[in-house]
Design a protein around this ligand. Structure first.
Ligand code: NAG
Ligand code: NAG
Ligand code: NAG
Length: 389
């Protein structure tokens, strides 16, 4: 707002004519400032009201507020500008098409990444991703939620590239309070490089559901009652990166990246979120106020028995690794969240031709960390993990 600046030189008493001019000018400025103020507060109020009556309150809040800003400044900022920052890789990450398309690229020197501006404590997020096409061997595209600190929470989608004609591996994991080792891997039922597909994370106090094109592929229920820590106390940010890991990623590191094909590019569009936005200042989430809780039906959403049955059928067909069925890695048995039925599942899986052979550790490629350079505040953890590896 254009208030008179501090070093404005006041007119001298001797010149009464110029002081009258000055007074008129001042009165005019005051009226102008007042009017603009009213206009802005009305618009912001209207935007808030519309946002609070809408189910999807991340998008409209930003969109409507920024549309107003655009109309005075001519500035257009789309979904990606509003919600994310390109966090590493310099010009390798790009926000295009008025902020509605984001691309990450990888060359011999570096990969790239982005992260959400906000932190969330529970969210339902959808992102459409089109992965690196052709020979993507050695490349890893990550899309995940993570908190900070040593006992962090994390929900992962990671796409391990492959040589031409061979399938990508969709790797998933859930960390709660620093404990991971909960890998499940899938082949997809489509070519994820040909077009955009939607990868979704529902994270609420009851469960975490990972979905592909609206089809749940993995569920991690809140099982605190049987002693499994749940992700509910640490706000998380959304991260994504494209980077090179050809020392292990593709067919256990046997297939290297063909740098003559660089740069490799992955694309993102149509991000949408319903989320409880964490305020670091008040240490509260936006869902803690009672009026927003009503409209957030996703906060109690979970799989019903039919949806769970469908998910199991899908897993039988497309899951290629399940930590719950890996006595080689976990000789003392899987975590309690796996339930007692995991052995039975293994038997019924055994006539599936892409099924894991659980006695053989060759089937799992466990992504190593760090998967990306972190922001400065996070680099300590990344370094520590790198040393452990
Ligand atoms: C537009 O996006 C850029 C980059 O993310 C940001 O710096 C700027 O403040 C945004 N402008 C508006 C009007 O939202
Ligand atoms: C790549 O393709 C091979 C052959 O189909 C498969 O065994 C492997 O799991 C695929 N994925 C990765 C990441 O190596
Ligand atoms: C964008 O995402 C929304 C919500 O996830 C979905 O309903 C819509 O069909 C998507 N648009 C496109 C062009 O795929």
């Amino acid at each position: 707002m254009a208030y008179p600046s501090r070093n404005y030189s006041y007119p001298t008493r001797s010149s009464s004519r110029s002081s009258i001019h000055y007074l008129i000018l001042l009165a005019f400025a005051a009226v102008l400032v007042f009017k603009v103020d009213v206009l802005i507060s009305q618009s912001i109020f209207a935007a808030r009201r519309r946002a609070s009556t809408s189910r999807n309150f991340v998008r409209p809040t930003y969109r409507r507020a920024s549309r107003y800003i655009n109309s005075i400044t001519g500035f257009t900022n789309g979904t990606f500008n509003r919600n994310f920052v390109l966090s590493w890789g310099e010009e390798r990450g790009k926000i295009l098409e008025h902020g509605e398309l984001l691309t990450l690229s990888l060359d011999r020197k570096s990969g790239s990444g982005f992260e959400s501006k906000k932190e969330y404590l529970f969210a339902k997020i959808d992102m459409q991703i089109k992965l690196v096409p052709g020979n993507s061997a050695g490349t890893v595209t990550t899309y995940y939620l993570s908190s900070e600190g040593s006992a962090h929470d994390e929900i992962d989608f990671e796409f391990l590239g492959n040589s031409t004609g061979n399938p990508y591996t969709l790797h998933t994991n859930v960390f709660s309070q620093g404990k991971g080792d909960r890998e499940q891997q899938f082949f997809l039922w489509f070519d994820p490089t040909e077009d955009f597909h939607t990868y979704s994370i529902l994270w609420n106090p009851k469960c975490i559901i990972l979905s592909v094109d609206g089809k749940p592929i993995r569920e991690f229920k809140n099982m605190e009652s049987i002693g499994v820590p749940y992700l509910k106390g640490q706000p998380m940010r959304i991260y994504s990166s494209l980077w090179n890991a050809d020392e292990w990623a593709t067919q256990h590191g046997l297939v290297k990246t063909d740098w003559s094909l660089a740069p490799f590019t992955a694309s993102y569009r149509n991000f949408s979120a319903e989320a409880c936005i964490w305020s670091p200042r008040t240490r509260k989430s936006s869902c803690e106020s009672t009026d927003s809780a009503k409209s957030n039906s996703w906060l109690t959403e979970e799989l019903d028995s039919r949806a769970r049955e469908k998910m199991k059928q899908l897993q039988q067909k497309y899951m290629v690794y399940n930590y719950c069925e890996d006595p080689w890695r976990f000789p003392q048995g899987p975590g309690p969240e796996c339930g007692s039925k995991s052995k039975i599942n293994r038997q019924s899986n055994s006539n599936n031709n892409i099924n894991t052979n659980a006695n053989n550790n060759d089937n799992i490629i466990v992504p190593r960390k760090p998967r990306r350079p972190r922001r400065r505040s996070r680099s300590k953890r990344a370094n520590k993990v790198a040393q452990i590896d």
